[in-house]
Design a protein around this ligand. Structure first.
Ligand code: ADP
Ligand code: MG
Length: 608
């Protein structure tokens, strides 16, 4: 059944890719080094603190052996007191070392997250908007949250702890061997048992956790789709079918959670029992050697202390491979983002028009394709004079929106050139281009914030007065004032509380905040009520007086108000002139007119 296929299919959102640690290539290492370099002083201090911790960890058990064997056993009270003080002091050092190591490495880790996240966001916003459509918003978000977190853990605290754990374990084995190598060999029997049991549990846990994550994502998607598709579900009478599907997902979620609980329940007893095993080995074999006179009671105590300090890191190391693998996968994905070229590059030698920005737009033999060999704009040539208002018309898919995207340089042309006041767009500093050529697109996007902040967004330092002036010029002021909270009205998700026409007026006001020399307007729809239509037309007349306007027209009144109408077909310019001239002589325009505007006189019907 296709619905079921689609419904379930979209929930298979698991994007877990296994990543070979060996292919953590040079680029990845380079990236880590690059982000750690500014913090090398802190890392060095953390390393020193770590060495202090290791040294005291090794000394303390030995000290207890000395206290027992050399002072308590012979009844030396002053010696005992002195060594007890030393023991206390070393414990103090241990505390300080641990504190600074933890603090410094966490600081570096958080700072790396912060830097990396900022750079990644910058990279993402430098991509063409198509990028987000291909990658899905959720996936991009997961790059910037989960992946960066997984990475930072491994980069700072993780790497340092790994080195520290290894050093400490080597140190402990050496210290034990120096005191009593026979007992050391016997004690080490416990090591492989601890390692294998923990590694096994760790692997199972990771798999189980991943399943839980996936099942949670599926349940969420199930809720979202069921609820947002509620109208369809109810009108087709498929409530029980949908509930059934949902229950199936819930059941899988429950089973996955139970698996995690079972494994988790095994972890603590396993840890305890392996500890006990080590202690039992020391007590029985060590005890025998004490009775034989081959070793001392102090040695036994020191060994008990050493293995406790040994097994902690050993357990960590058994688990760390998994964690490093997760970090490696995250790193691979992050590197892929960091190395993405921006969609349009800042010019190497920026130029500005000699006479300042006037608003003359020229296209010279422009050809552009999204996919190789499928040109959407072909050999397109056109000049628009400063202050001119032109209307673009053409059937859906003719290339109107693409043309608008090219003139605002959201994409670069493949052949030919687009110039603003005589300068190739690719030679203009991006900031200058963005504040002089502005596109108000078909699907107006408003942030879930107040109307005031949505307008101010184009120029965050603008005053409330300036915001209201822009709204006035865009003919948005009156309707905003009539809202109960006026400019402080929250527009809701994606501007849902405003009508299409009102959203367009707010977007116009936002565009006017930057006073662009060239304003491109992709009209949302032909369908606005007569009142809003009059408002938009009034606003456009006022706005168009002192700037160049390119309007992708869906309303007949726009065509009437334009100085010139350009007719597009399959990415080519096939006619230009006034409505009267085109309706006389241009077959493409005649067809368009018949279909869109003729039926209801000046009233339009088709959406594009
Ligand atoms: N991001 C894109 N990737 C690939 N093809 C696209 C993209 N955007 C538009 N197209 C294609 O380019 C052609 C022109 O689209 P568009 O410029 O949106 O036309 P219009 O705005 O006139 O309806 C269409 O065939 C469309 O399918
Ligand atoms: Mg379009």
């Amino acid at each position: 059944m296709t619905i079921r296929g689609g419904f379930m299919g979209r929930m298979q959102s698991g994007e877990e890719t296994s990543y070979d640690l060996k292919s953590l290539d040079r680029r990845a290492m380079q990236l880590i080094a690059q982000y750690l370099r500014p913090h090398r002083t802190r890392l060095l201090l953390a390393g020193l603190a770590m060495l202090g911790v290791i040294a005291t960890s090794l000394l303390l058990p030995y000290l207890s052996k000395v206290i027992i064997d050399d002072y308590i056993a012979v009844g030396d009270l002053t010696g005992l007191a002195l060594f007890a003080l030393l023991y206390l002091a070393l414990n103090g050092l241990f505390w300080l070392g641990s504190y600074w190591q933890g603090y410094l490495s966490t600081w570096v880790g958080q700072r790396v997250i912060y830097d990396l996240r900022r750079d990644l966001m910058h990279r993402v916003l430098g991509q063409s908007p198509d990028f987000v459509e291909q990658e899905r918003v959720g996936q991009v978000a997961s790059r910037l949250t989960n992946d960066v977190d997984a990475l930072s853990e491994a980069v700072s605290a993780g790497l340092l702890n790994l080195v520290g754990d290894l050093l400490l374990m080597v140190g402990i084995v050496i210290a034990m061997a120096l005191i009593d190598w026979v007992l050391t060999l016997v004690t080490l029997i416990a090591v492989p048992i601890v390692m294998f049991s923990m590694a096994y549990l760790g692997r199972q846990m990771r798999r189980a956790y991943r399943d839980v994550q996936q099942e949670i994502a599926r349940v969420n998607a199930g809720v979202e789709q069921g609820v947002s598709g509620m109208r369809v579900v109810q009108s087709l009478g498929q409530e029980s079918f949908t509930v059934e599907q949902f229950q199936e997902l819930s059941l899988r979620n429950m089973k996955a959670n139970l698996r995690v609980s079972l494994l988790f329940a095994a972890v603590f007893p396993t840890m305890t029992i392996t500890n006990m095993l080590g202690m039992a080995l020391v007590l029985s074999f060590g005890g025998m050697r004490v009775i034989q006179g081959a070793t001392t009671v102090g040695t036994l105590l020191a060994f008990l202390a050493y293995i406790q300090r040994f097994f902690g890191p050993l357990r960590e190391l058994s688990l760390i491979y998994n964690r490093l693998q997760a970090a490696g996968a995250a790193l691979g994905r992050v590197v892929d983002y960091v190395d993405r070229e921006p969609a349009v590059a800042e010019p190497e030698t920026p130029q500005l028009p000699e006479g300042g920005f006037q608003g003359r737009v020229a296209l010279r033999d422009v050809t552009f394709a999204y996919e190789p060999d499928e040109p959407v704009i072909q050999e397109f040539s056109l000049t628009i004079e400063p202050g001119e208002t032109v209307a673009l018309v053409g059937a859906t898919g003719a290339g109107k929106s693409t043309l608008a995207a090219l003139i605002t340089r959201l994409h670069d042309v493949q052949e030919g050139a687009i110039e603003l006041d005589g300068v190739d767009l690719r030679d203009l500093p991006l900031a200058a281009l963005r504040s002089n050529v502005l596109l108000v697109s078909q699907d107006v996007f408003l942030f879930p914030d107040t109307i005031r902040e949505n307008i101010r967004y184009a120029r965050p330092d603008a005053s409330d007065d300036e915001v209201e002036q822009a709204a006035q010029r865009a003919q948005a002021h009156d309707f905003i004032q009539r809202l109960p909270l006026g400019y402080d009205t929250e527009v809701g998700e994606a501007g849902a509380l405003l009508s299409g026409g009102q959203r367009q007026l707010v977007a116009l006001a936002r565009a006017l905040m930057v006073e662009p020399r060239v304003l491109i307007l992709d009209e949302a729809t032909a369908n606005v009520d007569a009142h809003t239509e009059a408002l938009i037309q009034q606003a456009m007349n006022a706005i168009g007086r002192d700037r160049t306007m390119i309007v992708i027209a869906h309303r007949f009144s726009t065509l009437r108000a334009a100085h010139r109408i350009l007719v597009l077909e399959d990415g080519r310019l096939v006619g230009e002139g006034s409505h009267e001239a085109l309706i006389e002589s241009n077959p493409v325009y005649q067809r368009l007119y018949q279909r869109q505007w003729a039926e209801n006189g000046a009233e339009a019907t088709e959406q594009a």
